[in-house]
Design a protein around this ligand. Structure first.
Ligand code: GLT
Ligand code: MN
Ligand code: MN
Length: 389
């Protein structure tokens, strides 16, 4: 392998403990890889060249740990962070695995469960901040229904809002420099999840008491499961100043949640995504929320992790090529050229402009006949990707 695609700290490549720690079980089959401790996983991540690690509370601290055990785990983890130089940019709460969350956490019908979820999240925020996290993710894997007979969806959205508002106040009260990032998914493990896409989340955020503290954590696979163009959702988040974090992976359209290695299924969409992030100078973590195929052993897990980062860097180089390709840029420049005559309409609204625009003699038919050269543009894009330009 060439060394020019080696990951560096400035690339901000991160992995969740649950990603490289995934043991390969699925709904039809048992685990195929031995469990690794959080400390072992830090050394694995350091070996492959990652910059940081993220975790759920229970990835690090098993749910039934005693205070003594918690102390030892934290101490060992901090030591390994120091030894490996890895940082913890993001933390989150597991509000989906334990059976208590089988009908949701913040949106459960049971106030007992909703309050327990708040308690668990506050403790998880304390832990994340202690380890250095600046972004806190909320993925509501159980916040949904199998039957809408069970809940009024408006009430569920309100419950979700109450929880996020409460936790924003808690962060402010504790003077935590934490930003929240909400992660959408259309379904799985529930039949249907609330706030199913990044677009839904962006709408929801504007209804919160502290919208400035809350952004999104879009995931490639989740938007693909909904049949959406991921880059378009991410663009909306960028435009709104809300792209606080991102989960990179891959997913064949129309399938179950696959969490594949970045670029494994849709290279071209991955290219446009990397180009979008780089063109718009996204400065947050590039987090790979994926796992190795079930066929892999520990070496395969490393191949998987290295592959995610390497593909990102190769696509970044391709984006640079695209941006400097004279023919491509010539076509784009031509497409965006404005007729001199139209310069009079540029800039903000005025009554005079509106009147002049209403009176302007547009030649609709001749403009409609003009070819746009998108066939050529797309072919040139393919050729950049295929390495012949
Ligand atoms: C889980 C899920 C991911 C979320 C993680 C954070 S956990 O693996 O599939 O998409 O980002 O809670
Ligand atoms: Mn995710
Ligand atoms: Mn996923």
């Amino acid at each position: 392998m060439t060394t020019s695609y080696d990951p560096k700290p400035e690339h901000k490549f991160t992995f969740g403990l649950w990603t490289v720690g995934n043991k390969g079980s699925d709904p039809f089959g048992a685990e195929v890889r031995d469990p690794k401790s959080p400390v072992d996983l830090l050394y694995l991540l350091a070996e492959v060249g990652a910059y940081g690690v993220n975790f759920h509370d229970n990835d690090l601290i098993p749910i039934d740990s005693t205070p003594e055990e918690i102390g030892t785990i934290k101490e060992n983890f901090k030591k390994a962070l120091k030894d490996t130089g890895l940082v913890v940019p993001m933390a989150t709460t597991n509000l989906f695995y334990d059976p208590i969350f089988r009908d949701g956490a913040f949106t459960s019908n049971d106030a007992y469960v909703r309050n327990y979820a708040l308690q668990k999240t506050m403790k998880s925020m304390d832990l994340g901040v202690e380890m250095g996290a600046e972004v806190f993710v909320f993925w509501g894997g159980r916040e949904g229904t199998e039957t809408d007979a069970s809940k009024d969806p408006v009430e569920s959205i309100k419950r979700m809002r109450d929880a996020i508002n409460f936790l924003c106040e808690y962060a402010l009260d504790q003077q935590y420099a934490l930003k929240f990032a909400l992660e959408a998914k259309p379904n799985e493990p529930r039949g249907d999840l609330y706030n199913a896409t990044t677009g839904h989340m962006l709408g929801f955020i504007s209804t919160l008491d502290h919208p400035e503290m809350v952004g999104v954590n879009p995931e490639v696979a989740h938007e693909h499961m909904a049949g959406l163009n991921f880059s378009h959702g991410v663009a909306q988040a960028i435009d709104a100043g809300k792209l606080f974090h991102i989960d990179l992976n891959d997913q064949v359209f129309g399938r179950y949640d696959q969490d594949l290695r970045f670029g494994a299924a849709n290279l071209k969409s991955a290219f446009f995504l990397v180009k979008l992030l780089e063109d718009h100078h996204y400065s947050g973590s590039r987090h790979f929320d994926a796992h190795a195929y079930r066929t892999e052993d520990q070496e395969g897990v490393k191949d998987f992790a290295r592959g995610c980062m390497r593909t990102y860097l190769i696509l970044k180089e391709k984006a640079d090529r695209f941006n400097h390709d004279a023919e491509i840029q010539g076509l784009l420049g031509e497409l965006n050229k404005m007729d001199n005559d139209l310069l009079q309409f540029k800039g903000p609204y005025s009554q005079t402009k509106a009147q002049a625009l209403k009176a302007y003699p547009f030649d609709r038919k001749s403009r409609s006949m003009k070819g746009l050269r998108y066939e050529l543009l797309d072919q040139l894009t393919n050729e950049v990707l295929l390495g012949v330009r």
